[in-house]
Design a protein around this ligand. Structure first.
Ligand SMILES: Cc1cc2nc3c(=O)[nH]c(=O)nc-3n(C[C@H](O)[C@H](O)[C@H](O)COP(=O)(O)OP(=O)(O)OC[C@H]3O[C@@H](n4cnc5c(N)ncnc54)[C@H](O)[C@@H]3O)c2cc1C
Length: 549
């Protein structure tokens, strides 16, 4: 890599709609935006549709059916979210999800309907890869252009309007400024900032950091969902196991005690109905030293999988990977989903003109906890709506700053992280690991004032140490920027969790173990003095819920 690569000229691309992200939110938005006679450009950090949470997902869609009325879907979603959900967004999702999923089925999505929706899959147990390939194939046939392996580093804002974004190719280092009439952010969540996660490695909270740096507020960041039983055989709990596994065997600690029995967790399926309690129980057992190599054990050697729905498919998918017929499986809790994010309306509009958002990067629909199968539906419905809004957006005709200058200014700020002559590869792995450990131990499943306060200070120290890093290659630079995004997102989560002095949904405070009615409020964070800080706390609007019939 030549010296001064980042000072070289920026390649400019002009487009009508720029979509950042190729998970279900980005690709469904791209499909809606294509064919309207506008230029649609789609950018992703990896190959199109690859290394996304969408492609790792189980394939479950929850929506109203003949036996599960739309009112029931709405009620359950609000109950899971502990009534802190944005009711307009929930209504929008429950009303539109059935038709949006049917569109996907018409496009070739395979699977089975069930009482509360649809599970997509082909032969294996997991439906995510199939879902991604259906979306990618449809997009490849439609009118749009893809830019793969592009790390978007900044949204470009001029006189209160988003005018595009800038990023670079992770291998070649080519810098691209995307000048666009509308930008649609679909960058997913931030599970990968935790030491244990089943998320894609690129889920480093880039979208939250991009929006914070563009001046936007994020809401509900304290609500992070953990899943109790992930395969932890490698020392890290990273592969979510089917919920049924947790019901099929005791979950044993080092002393031979069944954790479900010890904590009186009985309602089945425990990994769904008692997801948070079971996650806490497993976390506490491991923290007390009652784990084995940092995990608990599930003994499935004698299990008859034939008696459970999808048993043969489960066996096919997991037996080879886990060898569960030969030895007990190590399990532990893992970070699964980020409920908070940027606030949008039901049309996917953010507070910044020209910027739209959809998918896991958006906060509001899921409230304090997400009901299983709602993430895909929410991303589908909001992706579609945000694309319509982006198509309809009319940007200001004149801006004070020329676009190239805007892009160059953004690149100049990132140059501090790059030096092609630097002798060493970036030592960024160490702050990233430190951050992951802080998030897991102090901002994770079990939280309290003391550890959260320490966490905020420690995250600030991590942010400072990141500033000292310099990448020698575009790949090295990408790692540094991802780490900084992760730390900014982690701080947004930590300060919000510290502020919320109650326990609600996925947010558990050992020092405030009850839900408090006065806390039916959204915590907003915004950038201030270079870091995310609490901006304001706003009571949720009280209004009757509506559904369409
Ligand atoms: C193991 C697992 C199982 C799940 N199972 C289900 C399920 O069965 N049903 C359900 O409803 N939900 C499920 N979920 C949740 C669901 O998968 C996600 O919430 C959803 O797929 C998120 O979609 P998305 O499009 O918002 O983001 P993602 O699918 O994560 O896509 C994010 C995209 O943004 C791109 N990106 C990010 N940062 C940048 C950047 N800086 N520059 C350029 N591109 C960038 C990435 O490359 C990627 O293309 C599951 C999640 C996991 C982890």
């Amino acid at each position: 890599m030549e010296s001064g690569w980042m000072e070289k000229s920026i390649n400019l691309i002009d487009t009508d709609i720029l979509i950042i992200g190729t998970g279900i939110a980005g690709l469904s938005a791209a499909l809606k935006a294509s064919g309207a006679g506008k230029r649609v450009v789609v950018v992703s950090k990896a190959a199109v549709g690859k290394v996304t949470n969408t492609s790792l997902g189980g394939g479950l869609f929850t929506f109203a059916t003949d036996t599960f009325p739309v009112e029931a879907h709405l009620k359950k979603t609000m109950e899971s979210g502990r009534m802190i959900n944005n009711p307009v967004m929930v209504e929008h999702m429950v009303n539109l999800a059935p038709s949006r999923v049917r569109n996907l089925i018409e496009m070739g999505l395979k699977g089975q309907f069930h009482e509360t929706g649809f599970r997509c899959r082909t032969s294996g147990y997991l439906g995510g890869p199939h879902l991604s390939s259906v979306l990618v194939n449809a997009c490849r046939k439609a009118e749009m252009e893809f830019f793969e392996h592009i790390m978007v580093t900044d949204l470009l804002v001029d006189s209160d309007e988003c005018r595009g974004a800038v990023g670079f190719h992770k291998q070649s280092g080519k810098i691209i400024g995307f000048r666009s009439n509308a930008v649609l952010l679909a960058t997913g969540g931030a599970g990968a900032i935790y030491a244990h996660t089943d998320n894609a490695p690129g889920a480093t909270g880039d979208g939250y950091a991009l929006m914070l740096e563009a001046g936007l507020e994020l809401i509900d960041m304290e609500f992070v969902q953990f899943y109790p039983t992930a395969y932890a055989g490698t020392g890290r709990a990273r592969m979510m196991l089917p919920a049924a596994f947790a019901d099929l065997s005791p979950i044993l600690n080092r002393l031979g005690e069944d954790v479900k029995e010890k904590y009186q967790i009985k309602d089945k399926p425990v990994a769904v109905v008692s997801r948070d309690r079971l996650s806490r129980a497993l976390f506490k057992e491991i923290r007390m030293g009652n784990g084995m190599d940092g995990a608990l054990q599930l003994d499935l050697r004698e299990t008859d999988f034939g008696s459970i729905p999808n048993g043969p498919a489960m066996v096919k998918t997991f037996k080879k990977r886990l060898a569960f017929d030969k030895k007990p499986v190590s399990v532990g809790p893992t970070c699964h989903h980020t409920m908070g994010g940027v606030a949008t309306d039901e049309a996917g509009r953010t507070d910044l003109k020209g910027l739209f958002a959809a998918g896991e990067v958006v906060g509001g629909t899921h409230g304090a906890n997400r009901m299983g199968g709602n993430a895909y539906c929410e991303a589908l419905v909001l992706g579609d709506a945000a694309a319509r809004s982006a198509l309809a957006h009319r940007p200001n005709a004149k801006h004070p700053t020329d676009f190239k200058t805007l892009a160059e200014n953004a690149v100049k700020k990132k140059i501090r992280f790059f030096d092609s002559r630097s002798e060493t590869t970036p030592a960024i792995d160490s702050p990233r690991k430190k951050l992951a450990a802080i998030m897991w131990e102090k901002v994770g499943i079990v939280r309290e004032e003391k550890s959260l306060t320490e966490a905020v200070e420690e995250i600030d120290a991590v942010l400072e140490s990141i500033e000292l890093n310099k990448g020698r290659t575009p790949g090295g630079l990408c790692k540094i920027i991802e780490s900084r995004n992760a730390a900014l997102t982690g701080r947004a989560i930590a300060v919000s969790a510290l502020k919320r002095t109650e326990s609600r949904g996925s947010h558990w405070r050992d020092d405030f173990p009850h839900e408090v009615e006065n806390w039916l409020q959204h915590i907003h964070v915004q950038m201030s003095e270079g870091v995310p800080q609490i901006r304001r706390i706003i009571p949720i609007p009280v209004r009757p819920l509506k559904v369409c019939r």
